[in-house]
Design a binder for this molecule. Structure first.
Ligand code: ATP
Ligand code: ZN
Ligand code: ZN
Length: 805
């Protein structure tokens, strides 16, 4: 009987998006098991690719000759059974290639990297052209530096079948163990040894000279010797035989977050907290895959609920996974978890080098870690026997990946919770509408936490109507009320947070007199300015109109593009409060690794009085001395051309307000806006999620959006604009024939950035309630269009998009 492996190969095309059968040679039968990576031949010629073994069987129905597995890359599986199963589901629901899904689950360093070599074809070893190309060597490596001229020669010789290209898989994770050399000989002994060397052993003489001059630097990494000092491995090997030096393998163990917080123990729970912990614990103990939604006001102590629930899972001999938004992965949050669970915790975040990430991954994989805290991709952490999964700030859009595979961590977490029979806990002061609606229906179990710890009051929020703000007293972007309150905070030696609500591009048009924002007559979303068209355009349906110069609402001329940068606000603060210490936090000041955490550390030590920043300062932070929060321009998020604009605005304002008055001192919030009557702003001022939820649900129902409708966004791109448009119409027609007349198709319309990387983008939005044929049709379209990809045409499908732009 022949052993056969089902392998997903690393060739990301539609045609290869399925397992291929390979013969397992007898010599490899014990090592080829599901979850290991292998190297296999693929297609014609000597092309070698990496693949994942999904399944092993003892027979094949295939009658022809199967190719054998060439080599096994991993000595033990890098993917568990759970991950293998998950990858099928993930590929299916995100329309991604399964190979992309498998690779997404692993740390970057383990992704396949190939080296390509040119070798002479059999019988052409002595061909003059070949010899010239190879420069009399056996192989020539093709790199990104290889000149075009050479590439053309290679192509020509390849067509003439005089050469072959070989792929060699490079396993980057190997760089983890480093090899160093050192010597037991002192300098005198080295000199002595040198005298004994044969005089023609030139390399050895040089090497000893090197060891003498670098004696204090030993041990030295072999790769350094090779790269920097051009000492070959062969020379080192000979020296080893001559007892001049020895090789040592060192495994690098990198400790990612350089923090060692004090150990903490369980706090005594409030009544609300203890009910929450009890409910979650019951599900853990009973192995139930319930989903809980904790709707808990800012400062209600959700973190303590997470920690004590994790503890419960550990007591049951299980593990726990906790996701937080990337931006919250500051020492503040990490300290809280490590402080409670110490060495059993692994932290995964984007600040880690790929090596550090790999280390954390292996610690999890080999079972030395029981708790994982991390951002979105940590949802794939190779934890075994999970007893609890937590997603903090579950409403955050960053839990959805923007690239293939376009997965939402919440959905993956739900899948893993079902697989592991363990509860999933979603927590937020401002749950996403989807989640809250599911709790309404009883799909999720709702846990309410309505009080702040120690019954501290929620902050007192005031709305400043910027339309009427007395012009003489407004300094730059600061209303008199905000100015006065900042003075007071500074005088009392307390701290303030100032939020500048900013979005990616300044394409939004607003009337400064009445707050009017131009909306699409069909779609109820804001129109966006398209520079290249000089027009206002709807991203949903493509409706366009001219840029108004007079406000259609109040006839004022003060309608225009609106937006200030953080630097500008910082300057204003420095002018109004010359003695205040201001910390600015935005993409510019946080670019460097660790700078985000450093700024937060600084502010928490009260080395600054005012923390000025963008969205990134709005949530999760816990500074007891902050008594004032000022919001400069609440309207910006309101006018994003997305049906979630109100939801995003409400969330942002509620979250940032929640930073004030978290401890003994009372909190105060000032929101400056041109839309003081907008429900999202008024409800946020009252910190009233439930009222907002009801109003927003009503509007979503009226206009047919999530959670009443599902949305799928399909974007089409092509190098030639007319082709992009033509293909999108073709695609729309395809969809129309497959879907019922209840489905709503919007577009095609150009995307916000209509042209990037020399491609033109158009999008179609499908809104639907029940369309069983949609999935199949989209798969079919992907299949059909695959062949066109070479001509610069591509289609991207995003299920439940978080942004439409
Ligand atoms: N049972 C408790 N006894 C005393 N202090 C507590 C207790 N639970 C939590 N705290 C403290 O209360 C503060 C607020 O808690 P936490 O940061 O967990 O709030 P949260 O619900 O996550 O708020 P947000 O949604 O605003 O992030 C923290 O400083 C925390 O240490
Ligand atoms: Zn529209
Ligand atoms: Zn107006």
């Amino acid at each position: 009987m022949m052993a056969v492996a089902e392998v997903i190969v690393d060739v990301p095309t539609m045609q290869t998006n399925r397992p291929f059968e390979y013969e397992i040679p007898d010599s490899l039968v014990e090592v080829v098991i599901p979850g290991v990576r292998v190297e296999v031949g693929f297609g014609k010629g000597k092309r070698k690719v990496q693949g994942f073994v999904m399944e092993v069987r003892d027979h094949s129905d295939f009658t022809g000759k199967l190719k054998p597995i060439e080599r096994v890359i991993d000595v033990k599986p890098v993917l568990s059974q759970e991950m293998i199963k998950l990858s099928y589901w993930l590929a299916d629901t995100t329309y991604a290639f399964q190979i992309s899904c498998l690779q997404t689950m692993l740390p970057n360093v383990m992704r396949a990297k190939y080296k390509q070599f040119v070798v002479a074809s059999e019988g052409f070893e002595n061909d003059a052209d070949v010899k010239k190309l190879l420069d009399n060597q056996l192989t020539l490596e093709i790199t990104k530096d290889t000149e075009e001229q050479t590439l053309r020669k290679i192509a020509k010789l390849k067509r003439a079948h005089k050469i072959d290209i070989e792929y060699v898989v490079e396993n980057q994770a190997n760089s983890l163990t480093r090899q160093v050399i050192t010597t037991d000989l002192n300098t005198d002994q080295l000199l002595e040894a040198k005298d004994k060397l044969r005089s023609n052993a030139k390399a050895q003489h040089n090497l000893v000279d090197f060891l003498l001059s670098h004696h204090d630097d030993l041990p030295i990494e072999v790769s350094n010797l090779e790269n920097q000092f051009k000492i070959t491995r062969a020379t080192l090997k000979t020296a080893e035989k001559n007892n001049l030096l020895k090789f040592i393998e060192i495994t690098k163990r990198r400790k990612p977050v350089g923090i060692n917080p004090e150990r903490t123990s369980n706090l005594e729970l409030t009544e609300e907290q203890s009910t929450a912990v009890k409910d979650i614990s019951d599900s853990i103990v009973d192995d139930k895959s319930d989903t809980f939604l904790i709707e808990g006001v800012t400062g209600s102590g959700k973190t303590e609920v997470y920690l004590q629930s994790i503890q419960k899972a550990l007591e049951q001999g299980k593990t726990a996974l906790m996701l937080v938004p990337e931006i919250s992965l500051t020492p503040q949050m990490v300290n809280r978890v490590i402080g409670r669970f110490g060495d059993q915790v692994a932290v995964l975040h984007s600040g880690l080098s790929s090596g550090e990430r790999y280390d954390e991954w292996s610690r999890i994989e080999n079972g030395s870690v029981k708790v994982v805290v991390g951002a979105r991709s940590a949802v794939f952490a190779p934890l075994d026997n999970i007893g609890l999964i937590i997603i903090d700030e579950e409403h955050e859009a960053s839990y959805k990946q923007d690239d293939n595979p376009r997965y939402h961590a919440r959905d993956v977490a739900k899948w893993r919770s079902d697989y592991n029979n363990c509860p999933l806990v979603l927590g937020s002061a401002t749950p996403s509408l989807e989640s809250r609606a599911r709790a309404q229906k009883g799909v999720y179990k709702l846990i309410n936490m309505t009080k702040r710890i120690n019954n501290h009051a929620l902050p007192h929020v005031q709305i400043v109507d910027m339309r009427n703000a007395e012009n003489s007293a407004v300094k730059g972007d600061f209303s008199p009320l905000l100015q006065d309150n900042l003075w007071r905070v500074l005088k009392r030696k307390e701290q303030a947070i100032v939020l500048l609500n900013r979005r990616g591009y300044s394409s939004f048009l607003m009337c400064r007199e009445c707050g009017f924002v131009l909306k699409c007559p069909n779609c109820d979303v804001s129109l966006t300015y398209h520079k290249n068209l000089g027009k206002m355009k709807c991203h949903y349906c493509g409706h366009e109109e001219n840029v108004p110069h007079i406000c259609p609402n109040c006839k004022s001329k003060k309608i225009g593009f609106y937006g200030t940068g953080t630097e500008n606000i910082e300057k204003q603060l420095n002018e109004i409060y010359p003695d205040a210490r201001v910390l600015r936090m935005d993409v510019d000041t946080t670019r460097r690794k660790g700078s985000h955490a450093a700024l937060i550390e600084k502010f928490s030590k009260h080395e600054a009085d005012i923390l000025l920043g963008t969205q990134m300062i709005a949530k999760g932070l816990d500074f007891p001395n902050v008594t004032l929060v000022g919001v400069i321009n609440a309207d910006t998020t309101l006018s994003i051309s997305d049906y979630r604009a109100s939801e995003r605005t409400f969330q942002l304002l509620t979250q940032v307000s929640g930073r004030a008055g978290r401890a003994e001192k009372e909190g105060h919030v000032i929101i400056q806006t041109y839309n003081p009557d907008h429900y999202a702003i008024k409800d946020a001022a009252m910190q009233d999620y439930e009222t907002f939820y009801k109003q927003e649900m009503y509007l979503r129902h009226q206009s047919g959006y999530t959670p009443y409708y599902f949305t799928t966004l399909i974007s089409v791109s092509h190098q030639i604009e007319s082709q992009a448009l033509k293909q999108s119409f073709w695609l729309k027609k395809q969809l129309q024939t497959a879907l019922s007349d209840k489905a709503i198709l919007l577009g095609p319309s150009p995307t916000m950035i209509a042209r990037k990387q020399n491609k033109y983008f158009y999008q179609i939005i499908v809104k639907y309630k029940h369309e069983p044929k949609l999935h199949e049709k989209l798969m079919e379209i992907l299949n059909d269009t695959q062949g066109e990809a070479r001509r610069g045409f591509s289609i991207a499908i995003d299920n439940e998009p978080q942004h439409i732009d």
